[in-house]
Ligand binder design. Structure first.
Ligand SMILES: *[C@@H]1O[C@H](CO)[C@@H](O)[C@H](O)[C@H]1NC(C)=O
Ligand SMILES: *[C@@H]1O[C@H](CO)[C@@H](O)[C@H](O)[C@H]1NC(C)=O
Ligand SMILES: *[C@@H]1O[C@H](CO)[C@@H](O)[C@H](O)[C@H]1NC(C)=O
Length: 490
């Protein structure tokens, strides 16, 4: 300050400007310590929007961080120049190759990282080495590859001069650790040696520990799990752990991990939540209200910077919601809800009001839909012979909402058939032959959606140039319109 007063007026303003800037910068630094809310962008979808539309959706909603499960060139192209912070992923089945060959690791880094780390490229911050490689249901098939693959990839990043900007992480499932009380948390005994090596490697490279936490799965898998403990609105089943009291499963889970990390000597590791969320369909506890209450509660909790009893005032570094979009082609092995985790539907429409800190979510703009028409069961036909058609249609298309607990479970037998027909027809890009079903199907311009059960219209698949293009003759349109008018009057 003394220096400034001795300077002529002009310099004074300059220096005050500088001082203010430095101050702002320092404050900005503090702000940046706050957790960032990002999203997982998976692409196991039956109807893919253009990656440019998806990136625009992210930007419209000021979502700055996105986590991918691979490094799909089409998605990466969409992200170029966006400035978004990106985590690219390496699928588990590539770990063996990367663990045994340094040149495979070099090639992976060259093709999927270096190539994008240019001006106007992609802002890659993290590479996820595998996805939940320690999951119990994999019976250990990937776990021995994790550390060797990391070692090779670290060398490849260093050779490419990227080691300082791009950090390796390993998204872990929460079943890698266990305990009845958070303070007693330990890694599963058979995993402890590998996880200790992995964490030591992460720590020496300045990487955080990434964990996926799913109170929904705890509730879904265990009828004794107290429902209100899964949410953030207070509970009648608080967990008392010595001096600490836990009011939600998320904090309890996080502190179990923190205790487990402390036991292997890394109690101070920064933690990133790689996946957390709530599905909206396909199971009894999966609905719009529950998803909104959980996700909003989570976001508010994280943004409040409260932290947990073991880390007060230190929330996770970043939290990636699972998920951005519904993915209709995912395996339903975990349950029908698996295709319904999106905070947006497959076509980028916000499913429920959610505020990630920048106002309520906004829908995707300029989504390229197929024409507004649907395929339904012809009401004039005898539908006794339809079972095989429905089964086949639903083996390709997504019919999970029809099942118990789903949003279309109560639309009746005929509704079920129409829903199956339509899902298949949209999947086939409205090819008229795909609505034939031996003469049992018909195309309509009247939206058959009933209540909360939505009959979808597909989006034009950006990826397939061979996609069917319907050449509408005005005659066929007129015929469908006449049909609709007649049905409507019936
Ligand atoms: C780069 O990533 C893509 C997408 O995950 C993958 O298919 C490809 O094999 C990777 N490249 C190399 C050289 O491993
Ligand atoms: C939605 O899910 C919650 C719990 O996940 C459940 O308590 C509630 O009854 C469900 N609501 C409906 C309308 O099914
Ligand atoms: C509709 O299909 C679902 C799923 O197959 C089934 O659970 C439901 O009972 C069916 N409804 C009728 C009325 O047949």
């Amino acid at each position: 300050m003394a220096l400034i007063t001795l300077l002529p007026k002009q310099e004074q303003t300059f220096f005050s400007f500088l001082a203010v800037s430095v101050l702002l910068f320092l404050c900005w630094g503090v702000i940046e310590v706050e957790s960032g809310i990002g999203v997982n962008w998976g692409t196991i979808s039956l109807h893919k929007m253009s990656p440019f539309t998806v990136v625009d959706l992210l930007k419209q909603n000021k979502i700055q961080k996105v986590k991918l499960f691979d490094a799909d060139p089409a998605v990466m192209k969409g992200l170029m120049g966006s400035g978004l912070e990106v985590m690219v992923g390496i699928p588990n089945d590539m770990l063996a190759g990367l663990s045994s060959s340094t040149s495979a690791a070099d090639l992976w880094v060259a093709q999927n990282v270096s190539r994008y780390m240019v001006k106007g490229g992609v802002n890659i911050k993290y590479v996820a080495v595998g996805n939940e490689p320690f999951l119990t249901s994999y019976s250990g098939q990937y776990q021995s590859y994790v550390v060797p693959a990391m070692t090779n990839l670290l060398q490849s990043l260093a050779k490419a001069n990227l080691a300082r900007n791009v950090k390796l992480v390993v998204p872990c499932n929460a079943d890698a650790y266990e305990s009845s009380l958070p303070s007693q948390g330990t890694f599963r005994p058979e995993l402890t040696p590998i996880i200790t090596q992995m964490v030591s490697l992460l720590n020496s490279n300045g990487s955080p520990f990434v964990v996926n936490i799913y109170p929904f799965l705890s509730l879904y898998g265990n009828s004794d799990f107290p429902q209100d403990y899964a949410f953030f609105e207070g509970t009648t089943h608080a967990v008392t752990d010595g001096p600490n009291v836990y009011y939600n499963a998320f904090d309890g889970n996080l502190d179990t991990l923190i205790a487990a990390l402390a036991k292997i000597g890394y109690g101070q590791m920064p933690i990133v939540i790689g996946e957390v969320g709530w599905p909206t369909d396909g199971a009894l506890g999966a609905n719009l209200t529950a998803a909104r209450v959980f996700n909003q509660g989570l976001v508010n909790h994280v943004l409040s910077n409260k932290g947990t009893p073991l880390r007060p005032q230190v929330p996770p570094m970043d939290v990636y919601l699972f998920s951005l979009l519904d993915e209709g082609a995912k395996s339903v092995l975990p349950g029908n809800f698996e295709r319904h985790w999106g905070i947006f539907s497959f076509d980028g429409q916000s499913k429920y009001p959610l505020n990630l800190g920048n106002g309520l979510l906004k829908n995707a703009k300029d989504v390229e839909y197929l024409p507004y028409r649907w395929c339904i069961a012809n009401p004039l036909k005898d539908l006794a012979e339809v079972t095989n058609h429905v089964r086949l249609a639903c083996s390709y298309a997504d019919c999970t909402t029809l099942n118990y607990g789903g949003s279309c479970n109560e639309i009746g037998a005929k509704g079920n058939i129409s829903y199956a027909f339509n899902s298949y027809y949209q999947l086939q890009k409205q090819n008229p032959r795909s609505c034939d079903f031996d003469g049992l199907g018909m195309v309509t311009f009247l939206n058959p959606s009933i209540g909360k059960c939505r009959f979808l219209v597909g989006v034009s698949d950006y990826a397939s140039s061979s996609g069917f293009r319907l050449q509408d003759s005005w005659i066929s349109v007129l015929l469908i319109l006449l049909w609709d008018a007649w049905l409507f009057l019936m």
